[in-house]
Ligand binder design. Structure first.
Ligand SMILES: NC(=O)c1ccc[n+]([C@@H]2O[C@H](COP(=O)([O-])OP(=O)(O)OC[C@H]3O[C@@H](n4cnc5c(N)ncnc54)[C@H](OP(=O)(O)O)[C@@H]3O)[C@@H](O)[C@H]2O)c1
Length: 259
């Protein structure tokens, strides 16, 4: 996979940061986004040390116009990773109804605000080795299930997965490859406050490796660990009354109702 120009949202932390650090090398141009300017500058300087050239954009992915202006001003993009996302752990006031809107807003519309302008940039660039460009958005294995303890998160991730797979079906004729990244548990600040058991957890660098390997292979849906994804698919076939208790188990100590 020949990559010269790469854009990553949510590059200031966790999976996005790990992807940026794995991708950074001489002759690569990185466009890195996040809201935490200090963290973003720190990652940028680590990527520059590895030989990459870096431009940072301190930007909320929810600002559709600014995202569009930023992305469409870039000449060409070989790879876009939409990693920015929030969960009940990373929002400051998770108990109001706004919380539900905030999760759907960032996790779904933030991804759209990244993916749609990226498609228009890629449509105007030439085909190299059968591909114009690749775009991957991080959904989640949580999108395969309907967890009573994380309803808005599951809904947002299911929507991202459907969107990326369905849009990818038509865009492959334009040589633009769309992928949905269905992660299991990854050790990042997002999961650091979880007090329940997180089976199959990997660290952020391992997640970045699996994501980039899947994209290089042209996979439309990258699920890891596969066994956890398979169990989640099975659980989703069961009557909801059977599974509610399972999803609420272990969350009681966190004493939140995430609707
Ligand atoms: N960790 C897991 O187990 C896991 C599993 C499945 C899927 N995922 C998904 O993977 C993605 C990355 O999560 P992570 O685990 O790496 O979490 P993280 O360490 O909390 O990182 C989240 C990133 O998203 C950025 N972000 C959040 N809201 C933003 C906004 N409105 N505008 C711009 N950037 C924003 C944050 O940047 P700033 O703070 O600088 O704004 C940060 O860089 C998310 O979509 C998450 O849902 C994670």
């Amino acid at each position: 996979m020949k990559l010269n120009s790469i854009l990553i949202t949510g590059a200031s932390s966790g999976i996005g940061k790990a992807c940026a650090l794995r991708i950074a090398r001489p002759s690569r141009h990185l466009y890195l986004n996040g809201r935490n300017q200090n963290a973003l500058m720190e990652i940028a300087s680590q990527c520059i040390t590895k030989g990459a050239s870096v431009k940072t954009k301190n930007q909320d992915v929810n600002d559709r116009q600014s995202m569009n202006d930023w992305i469409t001003a870039i000449d060409s993009l070989d790879l876009v990773l939409a990693c920015a996302g929030v969960s009940e752990n990373t929002l400051s006031a998770p108990k109001s109804d706004d919380f539900i809107y905030d999760i759907i807003q960032t996790n779904l519309y933030g991804v759209l605000n990244t993916v749609l302008p990226s498609i228009s940039v890629m449509k105007r660039q030439p085909i190299k080795q059968d591909v114009r460009g690749r775009i991957a958005a991080i959904s989640s294995i949580a999108g395969f299930i309907s967890s009573a303890s994380a309803a808005s998160y599951c809904a947002s991730k299911a929507a991202v997965d459907r969107l990326m797979i369905a849009m990818g079906g038509s865009l492959k004729n334009e040589n633009i490859l769309l992928s949905s990244i269905c992660c299991g548990f990854v050790k990042t600040p997002m999961t650091s406050k979880n007090s329940f058991f997180m089976p199959g957890m990997v660290d952020a660098d391992q997640a970045a490796y699996l994501i980039l390997k899947g994209i290089a292979r042209g996979k439309r849906r990258i699920t890891f660990p596969l066994w956890l994804g398979s169990i989640a698919r099975f659980l989703d076939l069961l009557p909801p009354n059977w599974t509610d208790g399972l999803y609420l188990q272990g969350r009681k100590s966190q004493s939140k109702s995430f609707r």
